[in-house]
Write a protein that binds this ligand. Sequence first.
Ligand SMILES: Nc1ncnc2c1ncn2[C@@H]1O[C@H](COP(=O)(O)OP(=O)(O)OP(=O)(O)O)[C@@H](O)[C@H]1O
Length: 549
Amino acid sequence: MSRRRNLGLVLGLSLLGVVVVIAVLAPILFKTGADELGQRFAPPSADHWLGTDAAGHDVLLRSLVATRLTLLMTVAATAIAVALGVLLGTSVWLMPRRLRELCLRAIDAMVAFPGLLLALVVAAVLGAGGSSAVIAIGVAGIPYFARLTGNLAAKVSQREFVSTARLLGVSPVRIAFRHLLPNMSEPLLVLSASTFAGTLTAISALSFVGLGVQSPSYDWGKLLNEALPSLLADRPFQLVGPAVLIVVTGLAAVLIGDGLAAAANPRAARTAAGGASTRRTSQGTPRDGYLVDVQELSIEYDGKQLVKGISFGIRQGEILGIVGESGSGKTLTAMALAQLLPDGLISNATRMTLGDLDLLGPVPPGLMAQTVGLVYQDPGSTFNPALRMGTQLTEVLRTHRRLGAQAARRRIIDALGTVRLSKPEQRMKQHPHELSGGMRQRAMIAAALATEPRLIIADEPTTALDVTVQAEILRELKRLNSEFGTSIMVISHDIGVVRALCHRVIVMYQGKAVEEIEAAHLTVASAQHSYTKALLEATPELTLENSHG
Ligand SMILES: Nc1ncnc2c1ncn2[C@@H]1O[C@H](COP(=O)(O)OP(=O)(O)OP(=O)(O)O)[C@@H](O)[C@H]1O
């Protein structure tokens, strides 16, 4: 699939390359020929491959010469839309909250207004001409980029590193340029490529209706306009030149946009980045009895080491706990394992394997989704509030396991029963807000279980839940582990949680694993590292022993 998309990107870039060469050379080589007058309305011949127009000009030569003006206008209009849209979207994000909401609504309303209609209004106000067409189409494109930038900025601004920069008092403008824009470049590039195709059609449309380029200049839209009477008089060949060039250039832009979107896909991007930054194959042989084997995993961002050469393993059927203070690198370690590191973070390891899967090389997303199940901290934000539970829970099975709707439904209902969620059939029809936090967390565990993964990564699975529900969910994980033998990696900042649930615990501190200890020995007396001792001293005893245990 991704290879096919990349083929599209190559094809798109090649087509665009040809069009650019025509734009550069045609006015130099063919301008004189294109201005020569001959027989009017001559049919295609060896001298005039696409015939001549009403004035006796060679249609093919004029179509080729028009490439430069058409491309320049399209690039200019796209640049106006991108530059002003991104500026508007970023400025909106820097505004006080109320004003920002008002502006975002206004942008939404503008997006809802048909672009070409807006362009026609602007062009009519500015008067007919090439420059007004460029301004009109550029202005009409601004709201799309402003909305995308505003939405992306809102998302990126919630990331931890932006909060940290804010806390450190970094100015909003610097945050926007240093942290926000670089993290939004990929989607903006993808939208720019597809906007280029739309802009080309819109510019041609304005020239076609007489509001764009005026004589004696001509672009493809104007050539189409001049060819219209010929079409009605049964001489369609006069349209072929500009029409084919518009289609080819638009197709090139769409293929490039599609290819860029595929490359910007988080997993695809990680794989590409992984190729450059990590060794592509794991060294050595796996340790005996270990499902997961990680050696010397380091993760860095912007030259700063966030995880510093951590090595660990998870045995088949084992629950491994990773505990440590906030920011010690627990989540990043787990995300590296699931090949889900955020963009910009670079991982390096000498070995990272899960069974026979080499996690240092590319792993198809479908296979990864079936091998590793993820349970996140906040079940409230994991589910889409607008969709029924059934629709979202069955998605992974339908996409990656290619199960039919009924089979996926049955499998999820079984899994919901397994995690002891009451009335599973009814839950499938409900929306997330109709379930309690504990029920949603059970549903998430059920979804993670449904693909029968070899490893479940549970990142702070109970932090968002109240204490009684917390104990129930932990008991459930423990029971599933002993019943099905699924290996589990549990991340928590709470040493009480991991002591109650896990077989073995790794203590992380400032990006390093400072201690590895059997959970049964996790006492102040047995712990070696002062940080582990301090954690243990500050933690109340949590026990999961009861009737279910
Ligand atoms: N996308 C990112 N870009 C840059 N730095 C990041 C990113 N994500 C996390 N970090 C930084 O990496 C460090 C480790 O983060 P990580 O999320 O792994 O910590 P954690 O131990 O899981 O903490 P918590 O319990 O708060 O989630 C932190 O200093 C964090 O600010």
